[in-house]
Design a protein around this ligand. Structure first.
Ligand code: FES
Length: 111
């Protein structure tokens, strides 16, 4: 099992940190939406065409993730909230045991 922490954006009505338990092999988006975490919309269901699964990944995990591919980098140009150096699309983050404790901030908007 992998423990993931998702922190709602400042001013978001569901501000508290949400902690979920996940299985390796899922994407972060799949795990979060299955747990009904508010703040990840994932309109395209992981097809890398919507950018509504945007998250900001905390260190040390951000540095441990594989670099975004060209398609993810392209879609990161279309996030509703400003893109940061640690912005990623959660549908492209494959969960592994090494990511146990992964913590991400959710942006204040996905649309
Ligand atoms: S779910 Fe649409 S780009 Fe990630």
């Amino acid at each position: 099992m992998i423990t993931i922490h998702l922190i709602a954006a400042s001013g978001h009505p569901d501000r508290d940190k949400t902690t979920i338990q996940c299985q390796p092999g899922q994407s972060l988006m799949q795990a979060a939406t299955a747990a009904n975490v508010a703040g990840i919309e994932a309109d395209c269901g992981g097809l890398l065409t919507c950018a509504t699964c945007h998250v900001h990944v905390h260190e040390p995990w951000a540095s441990q993730l594989p670099k975004p591919g060209p398609d993810e980098l392209g879609m990161l140009e279309f996030t509703a909230a400003p893109r940061r150096a640690n912005s990623r699309l959660s549908c492209q983050i494959q969960l592994t045991e090494a990511l146990d404790g992964l913590t991400v901030d959710l942006p204040d908007k996905q649309h």
